[in-house]
Ligand binder design. Structure first.
Ligand SMILES: [Zn+2]
Length: 335
């Protein structure tokens, strides 16, 4: 079995996985707009194959495919009564695929029902987190992710702590500014989450690596301890730094997908910045995670391919020869 998360983080970088829900929409199994995870019970094999893809690519943690898996969000597609089953089945499949080769992270995410200073919203959201935590019993850690409000992130951490003993990682999401929707800066939010007992704090989704670095740096300067970064693999701009703000979202994102090498550069840079949990979010599939695994020294190539640049036997070999790459750096070559 893999070592527990905190032990692994003490020894070095842990590689997370990529984004599931947007990719499952691309593959035709998830409804754009709702982006809810009932696919877990309607098309379990589609989810299982993504878990397998991530693990095969080198991910050391499989995140339970329960994004937007809260009762009120599933109700938007008429699947409220399947909430427990969806969360439980997503967890069971992740565990089966992870086997003894990866950790399994429970997943909790923004509910869209949080409202600052509202006791009734707090009760509703806490109840939804509790239901998901119970359904995801047996995970190795919990990740609370894609929170735009500090208050909701803080409540998520509180419920994980109340109902479970495994490590808790909380990651926040930023759109136009480096300030959360309830007014806290990235630095202040990270500090408060850390003080409240989060084992790992950080950033996920919405922004591409380039636009996530300033936030990461702000957090890194503000807190000691483990940090996480799981950016989107869609190219954004400083004008509109978050991908869901692009007019191309959700159904014309294809030309905006970052290359595997851009995500590998991110992994290298995040490591240099002192981030220990490095993964990715929406837009990142197996090819991105594989390249990230390579630069982090976590990928073992099993294929053997004899590449003779003087006698190319494929278009790839011609291309690499033209690029002057007789033995391309991270390419799967064993001569
Ligand atoms: Zn995402």
């Amino acid at each position: 079995m893999p070592k527990p998360l905190l032990e692994q983080l003490k020894e070095g970088v842990v590689l997370g996985d990529g984004g599931y829900i947007v990719e499952l929409e691309q593959r035709g199994y998830v409804v754009a707009g709702a982006f809810t995870p009932e696919v877990v019970v309607t098309h379990p094999n589609a989810v299982r194959s993504m878990y397998e893809e991530m693990r095969h690519a080198g991910a050391e943690v499989l995140q339970v495919m329960a994004f937007y898996g809260s009762r009120e969000k599933l109700a938007t597609v008429g699947a409220a009564d399947q909430t427990f089953a969806v969360n439980q089945q997503a967890t069971r499949m992740a565990r089966e695929v992870a086997s003894d080769r990866a950790l399994v992270a429970g997943d909790l995410s923004t509910t869209w029902k949080w409202a600052p200073d509202s006791p009734s919203a707090r009760t509703l959201v806490a109840g939804m987190f509790d239901e998901q935590i119970e359904a995801q019993e047996g995970v190795d850690l919990f990740i609370g992710e894609t929170f735009f409000h500090f208050g909701e992130a803080r409540l998520c951490l509180e419920r994980i702590r109340a109902k479970s003993t495994v490590p808790a990682m909380i990651t926040l999401s930023f759109r136009a500014s480096n300030v959360l929707d309830d007014g806290l800066s990235a630095a202040e939010a990270a500090k408060r989450l850390r003080d409240a007992g989060a084992d790992v704090v950080g950033v996920n989704c919405m922004r591409d690596p380039e636009r996530i670095y300033p936030i990461l740096q702000e957090m890194r300067d503000a807190v000691d301890g483990f940090m996480a970064a799981q950016p989107a693999a869609f190219r954004t701009t400083w004008e509109t730094p978050w991908f869901t703000g692009s007019p191309a979202f959700p159904d014309k994102m294809d030309p905006l997908v970052l290359t595997r090498y851009e995500m590998a550069d991110f992994a290298r840079k995040a490591q240099a910045m002192g981030v220990q949990y490095i993964g990715a979010c929406c837009g990142a599939i197996g090819s991105h995670i594989r390249e990230m695994a390579k630069v982090l020294g976590k990928y073992r190539e099993e294929r053997v391919w004899k590449f003779d640049p003087d006698a190319p036997m494929s278009e790839t070999e011609y291309n690499w020869e033209r690029r002057g790459a007789r033995a391309p750096g991270a390419a799967p070559i064993a001569v």
